[in-house]
Design a binder for this molecule. Structure first.
Ligand code: AMP
Length: 413
């Protein structure tokens, strides 16, 4: 299937062609025709599956087709709620991209920044509004936002809305929407609470479940460096000497760690920015924009800050610290080597992180190839995946066969 077979407006086709999308992703192929028919949709799909275009394209098309040319002042026809400012921005950018040849106004509002410019854009008239729940309620209560004409409502990343404690705000916003509308809900996971939300706000929805288009892990060139904790920064600097690394996303476990790595790299002349929860909204946006425009080579991030962000074209992901959650390893390294590009993922493992490494290797069912850097030797024992786990008591217990040293057990299969 191609985008031509989806019967899209000429303006949308051209916009899509401009950005070189040729084939719809599976969620787009399934969702776009059904959404154009006006059906409600419940999608269990994550960022990375192309879900934004899957809902943005039909919304743009339906509004453009039913637009009353005599109406001079647009009113909000579509409302998209997203849990974070970054995601709201990304969705907004997508709408602008696909709708660039259509006479529709798109606006985005989120907290953490002054409300004045957002109010001005609302006062100019908006067809499609992307918002985070808190700021939307604020502006609604100040009567800057009117929701009585909303015909399409999208609740994106509903599970995260719940995790972040926005559910009360979301339910309140939904109570302000017209009953007769099209509703689309996306959630990576469907918990009991989400299932009950689905039952209460969706009408006879189509259900689409898409697993993320993660590159198979085999397609990513992985490497592991054992390294003393205090040597990590020196090793990172040495590895980044390689000028073929055009951009790298470096994951740290803590916000403090992210700041420290960024400061150290900047000090060494490697332009770096850090993003994490303690950074102001404008600082995060600036960092991400600089990184996307390849004006800085290195972005250091915590998992929370990087989650949900569309950071593509990465030549390298560095696990500066290993996560305690094995699945996180796959999420992190999946950000490199997307869309057929070659990708590389380097992980650092200190003596203190050997348990995390064991967990990761068990999860990915493979041993990450070890690399040794001549300038950074280590003295501790590597993790041996297939080494038998011998309870310490049996090694040191009196019943241990005479003459056998503990080390002699190593390597038994
Ligand atoms: P999303 O899941 O909406 O965050 O999209 C993930 C990435 O896929 C974004 O960078 C989109 O620009 C890109 N994308 C979405 N649809 C397509 C498509 N049909 N062909 C190529 N890239 C796409």
């Amino acid at each position: 299937m191609t985008f031509q077979t989806l019967n899209l407006l000429d303006g949308i086709q051209r916009a899509i062609a401009d950005i070189d999308y040729t084939i719809p992703t599976p969620i787009q192929e399934e969702a776009i025709p059904l959404l154009l028919e006006g059906r409600d949709l419940c999608g269990s799909a994550q960022t990375g599956t192309g879900k934004t275009a899957a809902f943005a394209i039909p919304i743009l098309q339906t509004i453009a087709l039913h637009r009353d040319p005599k109406k001079r002042f647009p009113t909000i026809q579509a409302l998209v709620l997203a849990p974070t400012r970054e995601l709201a921005m990304q969705i907004y950018e997508n709408f602008v991209l696909y709708g660039k040849y259509l006479p529709l106004k798109v606006a985005v509002i989120f907290g953490g920044v002054p409300q004045r410019p957002q109010v001005s854009s609302l006062q100019e008239g908006v067809d499609i509004l992307i918002a985070t729940p808190g700021r939307l309620l604020d502006l609604y209560n100040q009567r800057f936002v009117k929701l009585q004409d909303v015909k399409h409502f999208v609740l994106d990343e509903a599970d995260r809305m719940l995790d972040m404690g926005f559910i009360y705000d979301v339910k309140k916003i939904i109570s302000y929407l017209p009953e007769k509308r099209q509703t689309m809900l996306f959630s990576a996971t469907i918990s009991d609470e989400i299932a009950s939300l689905i039952r209460s706000i969706l009408h006879d929805p189509v259900r689409i479940a898409i697993t993320p288009v993660e590159e198979p892990i085999e397609a990513i060139e992985q490497a592991l460096y054992y390294v003393e904790k205090k040597e990590k920064i020196a090793l990172l600097k040495d590895l980044l000497q390689d000028s073929s690394i055009k951009s790298a996303l470096v994951f740290t476990r803590t916000k403090h760690g992210a700041n420290r790595v960024a400061t150290d790299l900047n000090f060494a002349g490697i332009r770096t920015e850090a993003i994490h929860g303690n950074k102001s909204q404008s600082a995060r946006e600036r960092a991400l924009a600089l990184f996307k425009a390849q004006k800085i080579r290195i972005l250091v991030a915590t998992d929370i800050a990087a989650r949900g962000l569309d950071i593509s074209n990465l030549s390298l992901v560095v696990n500066y610290d290993l996560s305690d959650v094995p699945e996180t390893y796959i999420h992190r390294i999946g950000r490199t080597g997307r869309a057929g590009q070659s990708g590389k993922a380097i992980s650092f493992c200190s003596q203190e992180e050997r348990d995390q490494l064991k967990g990761i290797q068990k999860h990915i069912k493979m041993e990450i190839p070890v690399q040794i850097h001549p300038k950074h030797p280590v003295t501790f024992q590597p993790v041996m995946m297939n080494a038998p786990v011998i309870p310490t008591t049996s090694i040191f217990s009196k019943s241990r066969p005479r003459g056998r040293r503990p080390g002699a057990y190593r390597g038994h299969r």
